[in-house]
Structure formats: structure tokens, C-alpha cells
Design a binder for this molecule. Structure first.
Ligand SMILES: O=C(O)C(=O)C[C@H](O)[C@H](O)COP(=O)(O)O
Length: 212
């Protein structure tokens, strides 16, 4: 089954930025997601890099109106299944393997897989994936590199993530092959730990007003 492009685009076009989050304490998930939604960023990616990530996704899915919670750093079938079970509306992976793509076919919840080279993008296009994450964006070559893929691989549209900041986002968002960007700068570990909800909301608002 190819990627459900309409469903992935609902997530990618909800706002110009998808905040990427590492949550160490599930109790912080709801106020954090509320601040992001208030600031205008409904789609939020909670990475499965901490023990409480699945609980955090579930709390946001059950309690935060307007939020579109997704799971990041999903590497295999077991994580995919658990993330869907928790209420994820989308799944993000740093790359793509045949096994992970086979796993994704079992679920309605769409996958946004990562790619960083022409061959990786071509392999995903062959499997019907046209909406991709460009990861790690800055380290792999940044906006200039991604721009050079836009003509030969025109069907692929990206969410660049990795080293993206408020300052760097506009150079990506101006590209014809970019729908949104992802990044941790809106709600980093320190802001979440110190419960700086006002600061998170303010950074979300600045990110939401970027031209998508
Ligand atoms: O593992 C995944 O699925 C990810 O989503 C990785 C993230 O994209 C980066 O960790 C974001 O990195 P920074 O914005 O540079 O802090």
C-alpha cells in the first residue's frame, strides 16, 4: 500500500513547523502540548527516546483538544504498533528500511520516513512514498542540498529536520520541495523541565507565523 499522501499532508500542512519533543516526565506532556496548540502548532512529534514517551502521546491524544500527536524515532514494527495504540496520528522515522515500510503497511496511521540522499529518496518513491522527512537536514547539506533534489526528484516533498532553527527555517520553507520543517528549538529539554509554558507558546507563535 503506498503512502496515504492526503493524511500525511494534513499533518505537514497544519503549520509551517512540527515541534520535535523529548519528554522525560509524562506529567509535563499536557501543559506542553496545550502551549504549543495555543501558539499555533497543532502537529507535535514526541520521540520514542524516553521511557514515558508512549504515555505522553496517550495523555496528549486523550486530553489536548486540537493537538495532532505523532510519534518520532520509530524504528520497527513493535514501536509502530505501540505508537498507534497510544493514539499517534502520524509516525516519523529518521530513515527507512524495507522492514519498517512493511510494518507501516499494516496500519492506517501514516508514516513520514526519513531520507538524506537521492538513492534513498528514489527507493521511497518506488514504494509510493512522496512525503518524506529530510534528516539530518543541516548536517546532510542544508537548504542548498535539498534544493538541488527538487528538479530531478520533483515528486518528493519534504519536512527538513535536524539542526533547523527559527533563523534557518525560512530558507527551507522557501523551497518548492518543502511543505514544513521540524525542530526541537520550540520546546527543548530545558524549557520543558523548567515548565516554561509561556516561552514555549511564544516560540510556537513565532514558528507558526513563518511563511509555509
Ligand atoms: O528520530 C527522529 O525521528 C527525529 O525526529 C529526530 C529529530 O528530527 C531530531 O532529533 C531533531 O533535531 P534538532 O531539531 O536538531 O534538535
Amino acid at each position: 500500500m503506498p503512502q496515504n499522501i492526503a493524511r500525511v499532508e494534513q499533518v505537514m500542512l497544519a503549520a509551517p513547523v512540527i515541534p520535535v519533543l523529548i519528554i522525560e516526565d509524562a506529567k509535563k506532556a499536557v501543559p506542553m502540548a496545550e502551549a504549543l496548540v495555543r501558539g499555533g502548532l497543532p502537529a507535535i512529534e514526541i520521540t520514542l527516546r524516553t521511557g514515558c514517551a508512549l504515555e505522553a502521546i496517550k495523555l496528549v491524544a486523550d486530553n489536548v483538544e486540537g493537538a495532532i500527536p505523532g510519534a518520532g524515532t520509530v524504528l520497527n514494527l513493535a514501536q509502530y504498533e505501540a505508537a498507534v495504540e497510544a493514539g499517534s496520528k502520524f509516525i516519523v522515522s529518521p530513515g527507512a528500511t524495507p522492514k519498517l515500510l512493511d510494518a507501516a503497511e499494516q496500519f492506517d496511521v501514516p508514516l513520514l520516513p526519513g531520507a538524506a540522499t537521492s538513492s534513498e529518496v528514489m527507493a521511497l518513491l518506488e514504494r509510493g512514498y512522496e512525503r518524506l522527512k529530510f534528516f539530518p537536514a543541516e548536517q546532510a547539506g542544508g537548504a542548498a542540498y535539498l534544493k538541488s533534489l527538487s528538479s530531478p526528484l520533483a515528486a518528493a516533498k519534504f519536512c527538513p529536520t535536524g539542526g533547523v532553527s527559527l533563523e534557518k527555517a525560512p530558507s527551507y520553507l522557501a523551497l518548492p520541495n518543502v511543505l514544513c520543517v521540524g525542530g526541537s528549538w520550540i520546546a527543548d529539554a530545558k524549557a520543558i523541565a523548567s515548565e516554561d509554558w509561556a516561552g514555549i507558546e511564544e516560540r510556537a507563535r513565532a514558528a507558526a507565523s513563518l511563511k509555509g
